[in-house]
Design a protein around this ligand. Structure first.
Ligand code: PEP
Length: 251
């Protein structure tokens, strides 16, 4: 059985003190949770403090990004080694905001996924279409390209530890959610691509998260779908109460 994953992407929010406060409270509110993997992805500045706070708890730590080189003259960048060193087990790669505002390409995503494996970080690879692409009926083409180019050259073992997050760009932070059927259709499609690229077994074990305005009202309809294995959550992960409701859905 795949363990569902509920991941919070805090984006560029929370000071160190706010992050500590959140984490202390979350630790208590979900201490009984064992059947869902819980992940929080704070800003770089709060990673160290949150890492200390989650020690011995059921909360995992992830980074929202990194650069693919392990060290050197790359002013302003953070390496996979540093992310691992600070206590992260996951890294989000290719979030649509990085693709949109920081010109991150499928090629860069590929380099980052491979870099994650050099330090045994588990990549959460984000894919998704823009509104225009959906209206132009090229959603599946876009997603297939993001996956095939992003994951190019991975070994079967590496492909087995990737998590994919399907995040329609038009649903992120907009309050618009893909309908459960729309999401299921794409999740199923992603699983089929994975089967073609790797194997049925690897594809069946792949965790595919849905992201895009997930909240306590729509979580149950989305997570009930057979190919949805958890969520990547922005806005609703910023308050302990709303994030806890999403985690507790699986209980
Ligand atoms: C995200 O940041 O990945 C996201 C899905 O954001 P939101 O839940 O706010 O739409």
């Amino acid at each position: 059985m795949k363990k569902p994953l509920m991941a919070g992407n805090w984006k560029m929010n929370k000071t160190v003190l706010e992050a500590i406060e959140f984490t202390k409270t979350l630790k208590n509110t979900i201490s009984d949770i064992a059947n869902v993997e819980v992940l929080i992805c704070p800003a770089f500045t709060a990673l160290y403090a949150v890492s200390n706070e989650i020690r011995g708890s059921n909360i995992n730590l992830g980074s929202q990004n990194f650069f693919w080189e392990s060290k050197g003259a790359f002013t302003g960048e953070i390496s996979p080694v540093m992310i691992k060193d600070v206590g992260c087990s996951y890294v989000i790669i290719g979030h649509s905001e990085r693709r949109q505002y920081f010109a991150e390409t499928n090629e860069a995503v590929n380099k980052k996924i491979k870099a994650a494996f050099t330090v045994t970080l588990k990549p959460i690879v984000c894919v998704g279409e823009t509104l225009k692409e959906r209206e132009d009926n090229v959603t599946s083409k876009v997603i297939e390209k993001q996956i095939r180019e992003g994951l190019f050259g991975l070994t079967l073992e590496q492909a087995s530890s990737v998590v994919i997050a399907y995040e329609p760009v038009w649903a992120i932070g907009t309050g618009k959610t893909a309908s459960p059927d729309q999401a299921q259709e794409i999740h199923h499609f992603i699983r089929k691509i994975y089967e073609q690229m790797y194997s049925k077994d690897i594809s069946n074990k792949l965790r595919i998260l849905y992201g895009g305005s997930v909240n306590s009202k729509n979580v149950s309809d989305l997570m009930n779908k057979p190919d949805i294995d958890g969520g990547l959550v922005g806005g609703a992960s910023l308050e302990v109460e709303s994030f806890t409701k999403l985690i507790r859905y699986f209980k």
